[in-house]
Design a binder for this molecule. Structure first.
Ligand SMILES: [Mn+2]
Length: 310
């Protein structure tokens, strides 16, 4: 396949998480002075694409996509490789739309690997001798292990500690994170400050786990077992809390309530009798994917009502 980036000016918008920022490192490493990268949230990138589509030769979206009307408006540009998308966030509309693009379109959607992995492989295809891109292979791998939540992978914990460096308060912003690994792609070569950030996160994680353990409430309802706990913690801490509880108790659903609101996130462990948390919408207000979702502020009264009665 011919290289669509040859002698082109490229504007790269990437997702603002670990995976997304590293996908941006791959673009900067490969296209050097011919590209500019910027981190975006999914909610904001659609407008940015429409605003900039005529200001550059190519817009390259990595680990991020556009949906709905935004996507409909740029079908022509995707076919002509004026807009190229390497992403793993997929829905029914994107699947259908992408299946209609011609064979020359360089865009790739793949839900089985992370965005940085797709970007890395596609750019390697176009620039097979780029050593800066080759140097990013390990950090791309770690971003995949973390972003795809590959819990059985022996490097998951290390990948999670690298993710700890990405933090608007004590760490790198997504743009700074991208540049950091572009400059020093070795994820095992961390500075003293970086190690300290990871240590501070670890302390916070352990403290949260202890506190959650003390405050968690276990209750039975309709032949199922639930755990409700108040927690403003990362997904990583939630996962460790669930594993810890599941060693001793059988639990069908974990409900994590954010402090000071009635908003909750909900997780259904793989060992649960519950197949889809949406089946508990009437009782608890649960909504989302089958095993990970939430309870909206306005729905919380349902759960509250049940809690008051037990
Ligand atoms: Mn991703």
């Amino acid at each position: 396949m011919s290289n669509p980036f040859k002698n082109k000016q490229v504007l790269n918008f990437h997702h603002a998480d670990f995976d997304g920022a590293i996908s941006g490192s791959c673009v900067s490493a490969t296209l050097n002075n011919n590209s500019k990268s910027k981190a975006f949230s999914i909610g904001k990138v659609g407008d940015a694409v429409l605003e900039n589509i005529n200001n550059t030769d190519i817009i390259l979206l990595t680990d991020i996509s556009i949906y709905g009307e935004y996507l409909e408006k740029v079908s022509k540009e995707i076919n002509e490789n004026k807009l190229i998308i390497y992403d793993h966030h997929i829905n029914q509309q994107t699947l259908e739309t992408f299946s209609k693009f011609n064979a020359k379109s360089d865009s790739v959607l793949d839900k089985d690997v992370c965005g940085a992995t797709i970007a890395w492989y596609k750019l390697m295809e176009h620039f097979p001798n780029n050593s800066k891109l080759q140097d990013l292979e390990t950090i791309v791998y770690l971003s995949d292990v973390y972003d795809m939540w590959r819990l059985d992978n022996e490097d998951f914990e290390y990948a999670a500690s690298i993710n700890d460096l990405l933090d608007y308060k004590i760490g790198y912003t997504p743009d700074a994170f991208r540049e950091r690994f572009l400059k020093n792609p070795d994820p095992f070569n961390l500075s003293y400050e970086e190690k300290m950030i990871i240590e501070r996160k670890k302390i916070r994680h352990e403290k949260s786990l202890k506190q959650m353990e003390n405050e968690a409430m276990l209750f039975d309802f309709k032949n199922h077992t639930f755990v409700l706990v108040e927690a403003d913690v990362t997904d990583y801490t939630k996962m460790h809390f669930m594993n810890q509880v599941l060693v001793e108790e059988f639990v069908d659903m974990f409900i994590f309530k954010y402090t000071g609101t009635t908003q909750c996130s909900v997780r259904v462990p793989s060992t649960s009798k519950i197949v889809d948390l949406n089946d508990w919408f009437d009782e608890f207000g649960c909504i989302g994917h089958a095993r990970a979702g939430g309870i909206g502020q306005k729905e919380f009264y349902k759960l509250q009502h049940i809690l008051d009665s037990i």
